[in-house]
Ligand binder design. Structure first.
Ligand code: CMC
Length: 436
């Protein structure tokens, strides 16, 4: 009968080893048994950027990159986007099941009653330059929250963890809105508890002199769907940062600030901002071929294309491409959509992109929708960070409670100089010692 093991022959010694296979993986520590002598450290696997290394067992999000499948806790992303709210999905990610009606009421109440931030946070945001990038303001303010809630350090108390989860999910839109209002020199707007999660966010961003802000139901729903699509994406760069920082038992605010910093980069959550800048730079459909030629010659990337895991159309991009038109009906057509659609068409017929399996990812169309809704381009990464907070927290808690997890600490292959001694020359006149 076939065995779930891997037989390895070390050709350096001729010795044979049998390594167990579980869930399609081999435990890397087993490799350490493969040695050339008793003094030998043992074999390690070398995997920069973790191209083929599973860092955890997770029950939260499933991706089949070859087939373009994304599921949260088993539910396909398109079904969740059609039938749920972001708060339902945040609950699902965190607790494993969609909320019952009673659970939903209590969960929504918890989030709604934690949206206000301490008054000192306003002073903190005030301290930023008027042209500070909103993502820089966002991530440093989230980090600063840890100083307001010192109890958050008690990460092994379930009650205390729960409270920080409520606070973080509720307060990230408020901080994001403050960052935006600061950048345009407008007064901060208090949360409105009568509104939905996305409706209140629109209120805090866009309310002017009216007594009560009434969000457009189409935009409110569109934002909710965008939040659902961005809520989690298994072990991406920022989630891995959240888990790595959390593995040292840092408080969740500090861990989340680090995760947001990882998201900020243009290869990750900052890509949506770069897509819009790229489309604006291309400027018209007749310049697309020239742009594609430049990309193929290595002069820059086609932003919003390609993915470490998806080697097929990103299912989130599919949903967003359709949703863009609904939003444009309310807000007016974003003229850059024509360039985007043509760029996609040309790229998907070009052997460079086809052979490398480069398809549009979530960032390709999201920015066009955000821009049509009135968001400035530099707010886009912040709009990604708000819903990803639920995913980061779900993954952080799963890591903390996983008995197999320890502090993250990869190995290295040292390729620097071997041990050498300093050459010390005495300089008699100055009594100084010179190290050569
Ligand atoms: N434009 C042009 N060429 C590309 C692109 C692109 N967007 N993406 C990958 N390639 C090429 C790359 O140059 C390489 O070519 P070669 O084999 O000739 O060296 C090949 O495709 C494989 O790419 P890779 O860099 O090894 O792939 P990766 O898994 O390390 O990187 C990625 C994934 C997302 C960082 C990359 O595709 C990229 O930089 N895309 C643009 C930025 C972007 O849209 N990021 C958002 C990702 S989705 C949202 C999120 O979850 O963060």
């Amino acid at each position: 009968m076939a065995k779930d093991t891997l037989s390895v022959t070390d050709n350096r010694t001729g010795r044979q080893y049998e390594i167990p296979i579980t869930d399609g993986t081999i435990p890397a520590p087993e490799l350490r048994k493969i040695k050339t002598s008793t003094e030998d450290f043992g074999l390690m696997s070398y995997d920069p950027a973790y191209l083929n290394t599973a860092s955890c067992r997770s029950k939260i999000t499933f991706i089949d990159g070859d087939r373009g499948i994304l599921e949260y806790r088993g539910y396909p992303i398109d079904q969740l986007a059609e039938h749920c709210t972001y708060l339902d999905v945040a609950y699902l990610l965190l607790f494993g099941e969609l909320p019952s009606p009673d659970q939903k009421t209590s969960w929504t109440r918890q989030i709604t009653t934690h949206t206000i931030v301490h008054e000192n946070i306003k002073k903190f945001v005030d301290g930023f330059q008027h042209d500070a990038h909103p993502m820089g303001m966002f991530l440093s303010t989230v980090g600063a929250l840890s100083t307001f809630y010192p109890d958050a350090k008690n990460i092994f108390s379930e009650d205390i963890r729960r409270r920080q989860i409520h606070r973080l999910i509720a307060k990230v839109p408020t901080i994001a809105a403050y960052a935006y209002r600061h950048s345009i020199g407008m007064p901060y707007v208090l949360p409105d508890n009568d509104l939905s999660f996305p409706g209140n966010f629109l209120n805090m961003l866009f309310k002017m002199t009216e007594l009560k802000y009434k969000p457009s139901p189409v935009l409110e729903r569109a934002l909710d769907v965008l939040f659902i699509l961005h809520a989690d994406h298994e072990q991406n760069c920022s989630t891995s940062a959240m888990r790595a920082i959390g593995s040292s038992h840092a408080d969740p605010y500090s861990s989340l600030a680090g995760a947001a910093a990882a998201l900020y980069g243009p290869l990750h959550g900052g890509a949506n901002e770069q897509v819009l800048r790229m489309l604006a730079l291309i400027g018209s459909k007749d310049r697309i071929l020239e742009f594609i030629t430049d990309v193929k010659q290595g002069k820059g990337k086609l932003m919003g294309f390609g993915h470490r895991v998806y080697k097929n159309y990103d299912p989130r991009a599919k949903i967003l491409k359709n949703m863009a038109h609904e939003v444009f009906e309310v807000c007016g057509r974003n003229p850059l959509i024509d360039i985007a659609v043509e760029l996609e068409r040309i790229a998907l017929q070009d052997d460079y992109f086809v052979s490398r399996k480069l398809y549009p990812n979530v960032d390709f169309y999201s920015g066009l929708i955000y821009q049509a809704m009135g968001f400035p381009v530099d707010m886009f990464p912040v709009l990604f960070a708000i819903p990803r907070t639920a995913g980061w927290l779900a993954q952080w808690e799963e890591m903390l409670l996983d008995p197999e997890q320890k502090i993250t600490r990869p190995r290295q292959v040292f390729i620097g100089p071997k041990r050498r001694d300093l050459t010390i020359a005495k300089v008699s006149t100055s009594k100084a010692t010179t190290i050569v």
